[in-house]
Ligand binder design. Structure first.
Ligand SMILES: NC(=O)C1=CN([C@@H]2O[C@H](COP(=O)(O)OP(=O)(O)OC[C@H]3O[C@@H](n4cnc5c(N)ncnc54)[C@H](OP(=O)(O)O)[C@@H]3O)[C@@H](O)[C@H]2O)C=CC1
Ligand SMILES: O=C(O)[C@@H]1CCC=N1
Length: 267
């Protein structure tokens, strides 16, 4: 029986635990631990079958095989050093903290030499099992990576990528739900400002966005041609598209992604 411990049950940690336990086909035991006892208790109340530990040293007593770190980047080093002091062997450590590299993590594990490290970047859509999660490693075995992949497939899709792509991946997947929601917010606000109820505007715009993306999901498509097909000459769409183009909408989006990408390389 594999025993997985999630440390940090905040927004991201708790969302992943929910996904894992709702779909658990792997026959694993899932434990949770958070420094804030109210946060830990909230997760235990809300997620059935989640077990808890009361202190880090329980990792050794319970023979946890896999630790998933979901604390903020600034707290990772101290936490890893605390875990390292337990002198663990043959354990997988998966860390989702932004901009914390595999080599940063390895430096914190000086005593527990047989620790396999997997870097991970999920996104907030894990809360509805729609995360796009990246994993990278340079010392985990194929079996350990497969275990991690199957674990997080319970929360959405999983891509194995090279660690040097983590900055860009973080921007286009970890951070981008925020940018997509900004777009959705502007659209729904426009609808409600012009007489639609919130319920109706959310439904209309949700379905329009989902439909538009599904309609152009073939990578062979030329997206500008698709845009031009909707912009009927002399029609309405072109008037809005002219504003997006002259205000350099695509350039602004890329600028935002670049800023996030650079920050994900070094916080
Ligand atoms: N939010 C997002 O969309 C995404 C976040 N991430 C990454 O996930 C991680 C968590 O983010 P998020 O869930 O948003 O953050 P939260 O602040 O919501 O959750 C982090 C939790 O971990 C607790 N914690 C801190 N140190 C320890 C410790 N030593 N032992 C146990 N618990 C501890 C925190 O308590 P306290 O408040 O006391 O510090 C807090 O409750 C971050 O590293 C972030 O980079 C990755 C992808 C997406
Ligand atoms: O903003 C952050 O740093 C984290 C990583 C991706 C999403 N949230």
């Amino acid at each position: 029986m594999e025993k997985v411990l999630f440390i940090g049950l905040g927004h991201m940690g708790a969302s992943l635990v929910k996904g894992v336990l709702q779909n658990n086909k792997e026959d694993i035991e899932v434990y949770g631990f958070d420094a804030i006892k109210e946060v830990q208790q909230k997760a235990l109340n809300e997620i059935s079958n989640l077990k808890s530990i009361s202190e880090i040293s329980d990792i050794k007593k319970l023979q946890i095989n896999c630790i998933v770190i979901g604390v903020r980047p600034i707290d990772v080093k101290e936490l890893c050093e605390q875990i390292d002091n337990l002198n663990l062997a043959n354990i997988t450590v998966i860390c989702m903290a932004n901009a914390v590299s595999i080599s940063d993590l390895q430096k914190s594990f000086q005593k527990s030499k047989t620790i396999s490290i997997i870097r991970m970047m999920p996104n907030m859509n894990a809360s509805i099992q729609k995360s796009v999660t990246a994993l990278a490693t340079n010392n985990a075995s194929a079996d350990q990576l497969e275990f991690a992949k199957n674990l997080f497939k319970n929360c959405g899709i999983v891509e194995i990528i090279d660690e040097n792509k983590f900055g860009t991946f973080t921007a286009i997947s970890g951070c981008s739900p925020s940018y997509v929601i900004s777009f959705y917010k502007a659209m729904t606000e426009y609808a409600t400002e012009n007489g639609f109820s919130k319920e109706q505007s959310f439904e209309i715009i949700k379905q329009t966005i989902i439909g538009s993306i599904l309609n152009v999901s073939d990578p062979k498509l030329d997206l500008r041609k698709k845009i031009d097909q909707i912009c009927v000459p002399g029609g309405s769409t072109i008037e809005g598209q002219k504003i997006l183009d002259s205000e350099k909408f695509e350039k602004i989006v890329k600028k935002a992604l670049k800023a996030a990408d650079q920050k994900a390389k070094k916080l």
